[in-house]
Design a protein around this ligand. Structure first.
Ligand code: PBG
Length: 327
């Protein structure tokens, strides 16, 4: 059957009809709020490349947790800006590291009301800005030597109060190593959210500015995925992470990789998380600040698209203003 018997507009005629048929809806409880904790500051510092976003001193992270909860958000993702960086990224796994301290503050205040996710990576803590340790002779990021440090980072975060660890270094075997470290420390109940299909992306630019984590030489293309690689490679990354013990999978960035989100949803029975990254946020903000688009409408449409593609949870900087755009 076709026109004039079929008329698609029949089901769009009234607002009630449209609302009744709506299937994809964003809920604050499906959003994850990224927080930058900075141990070098005493007042919130605006992030120049991310309008409306701040780095927070340790004594202000609790307020951010509270703001999230008040909006119905259940989870925060912690990043740290340490006072010192070194070759081995030791601030990442220090007992009194910045993320550890931030997690402790939030956990002490909110207990199990708020789910704390820790980003497990070294790039914010190494003086060279890479996600692993460096073989100086060949200027290469060493895979297996990095695994131990990621394992230690995960354990120290959990000891401080982190509920879910999210390895983002894209080292081979990182999920396996972290699972082993956690289990050996008695943390067999702590889930791993694996940044599985993480692409080498220009959309991370503003984040690297915020976290001062840009690589000092070279780029991340020998460990993060290539933009033009086959979708089978993404599938393989995700399969491997599942087999190594990942409890949830992440695709990152979101908008240029909606096909990968769909693929993840169709292929695996674990929760799928999408990271609506810094550059995606900043572009919306820039256009909105110029009056070129309506921010609330654009944010709703963007997140609806990511969810429709198959994301169960979305990490997004727009979480901060969820009340403004979620009418
Ligand atoms: C750490 C990490 C990065 C992001 C999240 N975790 C930066 C990178 O890989 O360079 C980027 C997040 C964003 O752009 O919002 N490796």
């Amino acid at each position: 059957m076709s026109f004039p018997n079929v008329r698609m507009r029949r089901l769009r005629r009234t607002k009630a009809l449209r609302t009744m048929l709506k299937q994809v809806q964003i809920q604050p409880s499906n959003l994850i709020y990224p927080i930058f904790a900075d141990e070098t500051i005493s007042e919130p510092v605006p992030i120049a490349t991310m309008p409306g976003y701040f780095r927070y001193p340790l004594d202000k992270v609790v307020e951010e947790g509270k703001a999230a909860l008040e909006q119905g958000v259940k989870s925060v993702l912690l990043f740290g800006i340490p006072a010192e960086k070194d070759e081995m990224g030791s601030g990442a796994y220090a007992k009194n590291g910045v993320v550890q301290k931030a997690a402790w503050e939030i956990k002490s205040r909110f207990k199990d009301e708020l789910v704390i996710i820790g980003d497990v990576c070294l790039c914010e803590y190494t003086n060279h800005g890479h996600c692993g340790i460096i073989d100086k002779k060949y200027c290469e990021v060493l895979n297996d030597d990095t695994l131990e440090l990621l394992g230690k980072t995960a354990v120290s975060q959990v000891e401080a109060g982190v509920d879910i660890v999210a390895p983002s270094a894209m080292m081979d075997g990182q999920v396996f190593a972290i699972r082993e470290f956690l289990d050996e420390s008695g943390f067999e109940q702590v889930p791993i959210l694996a940044y599985s299909a993480k692409y080498a992306s220009a959309f991370y630019g503003p984040f690297r500015d915020a976290a001062e984590s840009a690589p000092k030489f070279g780029n991340r293309q020998s460990y993060q995925m290539s933009q033009g690689s086959s979708v089978h490679e993404a599938l393989r990354e995700m399969e491997l992470d599942i087999s190594e013990g990942a409890d949830m999978l992440m695709v990152k960035p979101a908008l240029a990789y909606l096909d990968i989100i769909s693929l993840a949803k169709a292929s695996f029975d674990v929760p799928i998380v999408a990271y609506n990254v810094s550059g995606e946020y900043s572009m919306v903000k820039a256009a909105a600040l110029n009056g070129w688009v309506d921010e609330a409408d654009i944010v709703r449409e963007t997140l609806t698209g990511i969810k429709r593609a198959g994301a169960d949870l979305i990490i997004t900087y727009h979480t901060k203003n969820v009340k403004d755009w979620l009418k």
